[in-house]
Design a protein around this ligand. Sequence first.
Ligand SMILES: Nc1ncnc2c1ncn2[C@@H]1O[C@H](COP(=O)(O)OP(=O)(O)OP(=O)(O)O)[C@@H](O)[C@H]1O
Ligand SMILES: *[C@@H]1O[C@H](CO)[C@@H](O)[C@H](O)[C@H]1NC(C)=O
Length: 312
Amino acid sequence: MSGEAYDVVVVGSCMTDLVSQAPRLPRVGETIHGHKFFIGFGGKGANQCVQAARMGAKTAMVCKVGKDVFGDNYIQNFKNNGISTDYVEQTGDAATGAATIIVNDTGENAIVIVAGANMLLGDAELLKMQGALSHAKVLICQLEISPDTSLKALRAAREHHVKTIFNPAPAVPDLSPEFYKLSDIFCCNESEAEILLGETVATVEDAGKVSLKLLGRGCGSVIVTLGSQGCVVLSAQDSCPKHIPTTKVTSVDTTGAGDSFIGALAFYLAYYPSLSLEELARRANVVAGLSVQKEGTQTSYPYQRDLPEELL
Ligand SMILES: Nc1ncnc2c1ncn2[C@@H]1O[C@H](COP(=O)(O)OP(=O)(O)OP(=O)(O)O)[C@@H](O)[C@H]1O
Ligand SMILES: *[C@@H]1O[C@H](CO)[C@@H](O)[C@H](O)[C@H]1NC(C)=O
C-alpha cells in the first residue's frame, strides 16, 4: 500500500463531453448539420479534482474509465494536471463515461449521459486506495458513481479521521440519511437543495432556511451555492446561516462553476484547516468567480498563479 500523503483524494466520476453546436436540436429521426464540435473533459469528480490540483493541492483521483481512447486520453489529462493516476482503473467491461451534448444557437441543450465505467467503481478500488486515504487530509465524493461506493468511501474517511466534503449531485429525493452524518461539509446548489428537501429555494433567505434543515440531518456544516449571489454557509457550532456574497464579474460560461467552488474549497480546507467556514467559502467564491469568466469546464479553471495573492 502506498504511504504517499495526499492533500485531497476524490472518489468520483470521469466523463468525456462530446459537444455539437447546431442551429436547433434535431427532431426524432432527423439528421441536421451543426457548425462546431469539440471534446471536453468533464464529470463532477474529475472537475473537482482538477480545480484542487490547479490550486496546488497534492491530489489523487479514484475512478474508473474504459479501455478505450477516451479512457486513455482522460488518464493523460489527469497527468497533465499533476493528479496521481495510481488509483485510476481501466475496465474492458464498459466504455468511459460520456455525455453527448447538443447545444442550439439560443443556448438550450439536449444531453444523453452514459455513466458506463463510472458505475463499475466499487469495492476492489476502494480497498486499493485505503493506504492513500489513511494519510489524506480531505476526501470529496459526489453521486455520479454508485451511491454505495460513495458511502463506503465516506465511511472509510471517517475511520481515518479524514475531513469529508460531500456534493449530493445529481440530487435524489430519497438520499440515504447516512450521507448527511458522514459529511463534514455538505455542499449543494439551490436546485439540489430543492430536490433533497422538496421545497423551493429561490432567495438567500430560502437558502438559509434549507441549510438549517440540512444541518438538522446531521452534517457538520452546510454550504448552499447561489450562483452570482455567492453562497450561504452554516456550521454546527453556529445556529445562524451566513450569506457570503461574491464580487460581481462578467460571466461568459458558468458550466462547472459549482465543481470549481468545491475543488477550491477542498484545497483551502486541506491547506488552511484553521480558516473559518465563512473564510473558506469567501475564497472558494473568488476562485469559482474566475472560472465563470472563461469558456468551457476544466478549460476555465484558474491555476494558483491566476489568483490574487491575498487568496494564498
Ligand atoms: N455569475 C457569477 N458571478 C460570480 N460568481 C459566480 C457566478 N456564477 C457562479 N459563481 C460562483 O460559482 C459558485 C457555484 O455556482 P452555482 O451555485 O451556480 O453552482 P452550480 O449550479 O453547481 O454550477 P454549474 O453551473 O456548474 O451547475 C457560486 O457559489 C459562486 O461562487
Ligand atoms: C445545480 O447543479 C446541477 C448539477 O448537479 C445542475 O444541473 C443545475 O442546473 C444546478 N442548479 C443551478 C440553480 O445552478
